[in-house]
Design a protein. Sequence first.
Lengths: 296, 140
Amino acid sequence: MKARQIRRRIKSVQSTQQITKTMEMVAAAKIKKAQARIEAARPYALKMVELLEDVSAFTTDFTHPLLEKHEPPKKSLLLLITSNRGLCGSFNSNLIKKTDLILKREKEAGLETKLGVVGRKGINYYRFAGPNPYKEFVFGEEPSYFEVKEVADFLIDEYVQWKADRVILVFNHFKSLSEQRPIEYRLLPIGEAEAEEKREARTEFLFEPKAEEVLSSLLPIYIETLVFRACLESAASEQAARRLAMKNATDNAEEMIKSLTLAFNKARQAQITQEIAEISTCAEAIKYIEERKRGG
Amino acid sequence: MHPSQRKLYCQVITPEKVVYSDEVDMVVATGIDGEFGILPLHTPLIALLKIGELRVKKGENQEYIAVHGGYLEVLEDKVTVLTEAAELASQIDVERAKKAREEAERKLSEEGVSSEDLEKARRSLEKALLRLKVSSRKPR
């Protein structure tokens, strides 16, 4: 390759590197924010569980459509939480792989399966590859509680109207900055362990209205907080995955620039050597001609 | 300690953040059967809240908080309010609330609106009215 061509390559790689570097830094800043949102959601979630335990300690023979088991299960509803944008490494592809496995598993178990999808990436994939999404949601980079509530209420409706016998969330769990992995979480029916955990009452509470009424209104909200938590984790995971992907891209660009620079120097050297050879050949030739003239 | 010297620790928590957290003298909330007040040494209580105002008295000052339903728990002089959304009077966007009220009123007066949308409009009207009410309270 000519030196000039190589130089052009280097320039283009450099400008790509600038972009990936910027994206890396932007993602790093966004992770901090997303992590802070997870932290900020914790007090509510913890208190909610406490309240649930306190209230359920005072109810006996409590029944609620959300606690009711649908036996045997025939219909399964999956909710997949993907991102809206790409350039985040294997964030979405791992999630889709996992979802495909679950879809296959549910099918083999003889269950009719519906797929709810959050995020443009997942929606586009399943519209193309199938099964077509049963319900689609798209919300911003920082999902608000009210946006997520809509999703949770949809899932609850499906369950209590017996359109789904179980509901499974599939999303990227934010384990740490360097580790996010797709997990599946059974949202409904509410697990036996959670519902049956009758703790000794902390104290004798007064209820306003009756404990049963308080509990029935609490259950849907509990589901909402679980879905909200999943969405927050997914948002943080997306940024972490993007930061890593962009860091790798930046590093790769660096390496490419190094090897291209090496090639460029070699090419330039070769060009100079060639030019010198041409000049000295020319000089020799002229000398020879002049000697011939004088001699002749 | 004399009962009048006792304080309540009041927290208002939403899924997105802790909106209010302070030591106070008295809390007045809007329960589903009307307003009720909480003073120190109150018996343990778990109550459902309506979309309504929460008043927090601290010495001579009163803070008004718009609380969009939820739960109130009293335990050992701690008052915890769990709610989907809450705003201090000073944080309320009055213009937005007015717009939301107009929007909701328009929806409610229209014909042929589905009952689901009607219910939605009613709720958002209720919230807008609450916001306007709370924001009009002068801090004392």
